[in-house]
Design a protein around this ligand. Structure first.
Ligand code: GTP
Length: 329
């Protein structure tokens, strides 16, 4: 791995005519910039994270609000956009695999671990850009568990969340979730990530140009509709009875879940996606930030109590030395 994070790259500039048009339609505001927002894109392989990021990137460029883009997927072959920071500039995933004799997943995990050791440098660069950028988009590996359940993924997520409002955008391949079994599996995964990260969460049902997400909304809003869809499946297997029980758990999850249908391909639903992101940011301020401050306070209190306890024990030791002088030097 390189000794330091490779120099950040400027995102590809728009053609001058398009830039001038965007500026005329959306002149840069003189008022104070809203606080930066980190958007962590998570989703199963092929759900469309990268394509959706590209669409969001283009949408924001059109509004003269170019985002800052970070690629955290060391194994991605080709990106449709120019990332400002790219893990591939820092870690060579194939070299990591051969150097440590690892398979593809081990290679991704080790690359992320190596990258996490340089996170302070990344955060320094990102913090500088936070003066002028609103949205920071983070693309993650399609092997979800490598990011969400690894120490390095947790370190990256927590570091981002401690710096600025951070929202998880969970991307779902809507056509591939049209059967009750795959839908339920995907939602169980979403649920576990929500509880793991404890961050404001948004489900983006992607590829609505292929299959409308109305069925998903119905299943989330109406428990019986989902039960009927399950019953309509041909065989009542072990999987189905397991799902009958699981959907009772998910019912509670759905009541607080923010969801939006989008098409990364056509751009349908993108304004709604950003409106939902605003809601999630409000939740970050109302719930996550105070919880984070409470935790920090508890940690400070515990450290203070520990120091006081150590001092008390030291004083006790001193008082039991029979009046002999104790050399503290
Ligand atoms: N029809 C349609 N296809 C899409 C849409 N979004 C993505 N795709 C296609 O889905 C495939 C996977 O998209 P990616 O953006 O590479 O998915 P990913 O989640 O980043 O994949 P990994 O990098 O493997 O995790 C590509 O062929 C995309 O063209 C969409 O909204 N509509």
């Amino acid at each position: 791995m390189d000794a330091s994070i490779a120099a950040e790259k400027p995102a590809a500039e728009k053609p001058p005519a398009a830039k001038a048009k965007a500026e005329a339609e959306n002149p840069p505001t003189q008022t104070q910039r809203p606080e930066p927002v980190n958007l962590i894109m998570i989703g199963m392989a092929g759900s469309g994270k990268t394509t959706l990021m590209q669409r969001m990137n283009a949408y924001l460029h059109e509004r003269n609000d170019a985002p800052y883009v970070v690629n955290l997927d060391p194994a991605v072959a080709k990106l449709p956009f120019q990332a400002n920071i790219d893990i591939r500039d820092t870690v060579d995933y194939k070299q990591v695999m051969s150097e440590y004799s690892l398979g593809p997943n081990g290679g991704i995990l080790t690359s992320l671990n190596l990258f996490a050791t340089k996170l302070d440098q990344v955060m320094e660069i990102v913090e500088k850009r936070a003066q002028s950028k609103r949205y920071f988009l983070y693309d993650t590996p399609g092997q979800i568990e490598i990011f969400t359940w690894s120490a390095s993924g947790t370190i990256i997520t927590n570091t981002l969340a401690a710096s600025h409002p951070t929202v998880v955008v969970y991307v779902v391949d809507t056509p591939r979730s049209a059967s009750p079994a795959t839908f339920m599996s995907n939602m169980m995964y979403a649920c576990s990530i929500l509880y793991k990260t404890q961050l404001p969460f948004l489900v983006a049902f992607n590829k609505t140009d292929v299959v409308d997400d109305a069925f998903a909304r119905e299943w989330m809003a109406d428990f019986e509709a989902f039960q009927r869809a399950l019953a309509a499946e041909e065989d009542e297997t072990f999987m189905n009875s397991l799902m009958h029980s699981m959907c009772l758990v998910l019912d509670e999850f759905y009541t607080h879940l923010r969801a939006v249908g989008v098409s990364a391909m056509t751009g349908q639903g993108i304004p709604d996606l950003f409106a939902k992101i605003d809601d999630a940011v409000a939740e970050y301020h109302a719930e996550f930030r105070p919880a984070l401050e409470r935790q920090a306070q508890q940690k400070r209190d515990a450290e203070r109590a520990q120091k006081a306890d150590q001092l008390r024990r030291l004083m006790k030791d001193l008082s039991t030395t029979d009046g002999k002088e104790v050399d503290l030097g």
